[in-house]
Design a protein around this ligand. Structure first.
Ligand code: GDP
Length: 402
């Protein structure tokens, strides 16, 4: 990302996804209140303006040790990180006492704020009523119908200043991040692993299946490697309850895998490799991504059987996934942090190997031409030829999508 500034959104109870319009439906849009339980980062673009959006769980008045209160803490963290805040209200219902409460709450942070009045597809005239909330920047929009985006763009550029950005090569490694997707069934321990890897409780963990319902991106550095970790909900069995939500989550996982360089398949040692896990693994392999198999909850396996477990497991993997003989298998306990750094070591190593396989240098008419393949934003394969001869014209790129 060339320039980052946070933009956030809040909603009260329902999913009024103004920012979804700018983030390619990255947030899960669903009628259930509180679907977004963690804060979630996405790169967004309006016109030539690029920024990071932080999607928050929303504002609630919850107190004590409740899930709502944890969600509120996530929102507060996002507020602190951002450069610009967007408070979203429902334009059809008029100013509510709650709007005033949250407007005052946000003002305390003393940050540039835009008040977005959503659901204005039929009537814009209610919008002026919202001036009484005391914000100088008011933008009526309809997120669902994509109305008002130009005004939102203007409001953002007014608040943060306009800059032109050059076009960049659209490939997943453009900002030198190694994109690692952590996938696996619900309760495999994805959130616990990420929490412990980054040493902070950014994601909420719990005993209920499926508490982490969305992909969440976390960027940081590990031993000089820029890493972007993507936590997914896991490919779930369709359940009678929440079927549409399950479908969205599955889509999210597949979507994340498409953008990954390396995929971690996290398994619960007690259930190990089931058909669903193999489905993920096969999808990852079919997409040409590198794969690391991580067996979690190793602390729950009796020391006496660990060795035979490993032998059996290796046999099972080699038999079920013969296309990828020799893939790394790491045994960890996300909870006790035993071996968790080996996950990253393995991910970096396998990616480097994988990358070597597809990048090659050839002598063409006297100059060294490097040829590499990568995926663009649409998941298409791009062949990039780079002429690195110092005596010739600056580096040139040629792309062909196949
Ligand atoms: P997710 O759905 O994949 O994100 O799973 P969570 O991270 O929410 O973990 C589900 C449950 O498994 C939680 O109760 C965790 O405390 C527990 N858990 C995760 N990793 C381990 C582990 O290594 N050992 C043990 N004993 N429990 C774990």
């Amino acid at each position: 990302l060339l320039k980052s500034f946070g933009l956030k959104r809040w909603q009260r109870n329902s999913r009024d996804d103004a920012v979804a319009a700018t983030t390619y439906k990255k947030a899960i849009v669903h009628d259930l209140a509180g679907v977004t339980r963690d804060r979630k980062y996405a790169e967004a673009k309006i016109g030539s303006y690029e920024f990071n959006v932080i999607d928050t769980p929303g504002l609630t008045r919850a107190e004590g040790n409740t899930l709502e209160n944890k969600m509120m803490q996530q929102t507060a963290c996002a507020i602190k990180e951002a450069d610009l805040l967007c408070l979203i209200v429902d334009g059809r219902v008029g100013v509510l006492p709650e709007d005033k409460f949250f407007a005052n709450f946000i003002r305390k942070y003393n940050k540039e704020t835009i008040l977005i009045i959503n659901k204005c597809e039929e009537r814009f005239d209610f919008a002026k009523e919202y001036y009484k909330l005391g914000f100088d920047s008011l933008v009526p929009i309809s997120a669902e119908h994509g109305i008002g985006m130009a005004d939102l763009y203007e409001a953002i550029t007014e608040k943060l200043g306009q800059e032109e950005f050059p076009e960049t090569l659209a490939d997943p490694t453009k900002d030198n991040y190694l994109q690692i997707v952590i996938s696996g069934r619900p309760n495999a321990g994805k959130s616990t692993l990420i929490n412990n890897l980054i040493n902070q409780e950014r994601l909420l963990t719990g005993l209920e299946a499926g508490i982490t319902r969305e992909s969440i991106e976390i960027e940081w550095e590990y031993k000089g490697n820029k890493i972007k970790l993507i936590d997914t909900a896991g490919l779930r069995k369709r359940s009678a309850v929440n079927e549409s939500l399950e479908k969205l989550s599955t889509f999210d996982t597949i979507h994340s895998i498409n953008f990954a360089n390396t995929v971690i398949l996290l398994l619960d040692a007690r259930t190990s490799l089931e058909q669903q896990d193999l489905n993920i693994a096969n999808y990852v392999i079919d997409q040409g991504r590198s794969l690391v198999v991580v067996v979690n909850k190793w602390d729950l396996i009796d020391d006496k059987v660990k060795e035979s477990y490993q032998k059996e497991f290796l046999y099972k993997v080699e038999e079920s996934l013969p296309q990828v003989k020799g893939i790394p298998i790491v045994y960890i306990s996300a909870l006790t942090k035993q071996n968790i750094n080996m996950v990253l070591e393995a991910a970096i190593k396998i990616y480097t190997l994988w990358n070597k396989k597809i990048a090659t240098s050839k002598n063409y008419q006297g100059s060294l031409v490097k040829i590499a393949a990568c995926r663009n934003d649409q998941g298409e394969l791009a062949i990039i030829a780079t002429n690195d001869d110092p005596g010739s014209a600056p580096t040139t790129y040629k792309q062909r999508f196949i």
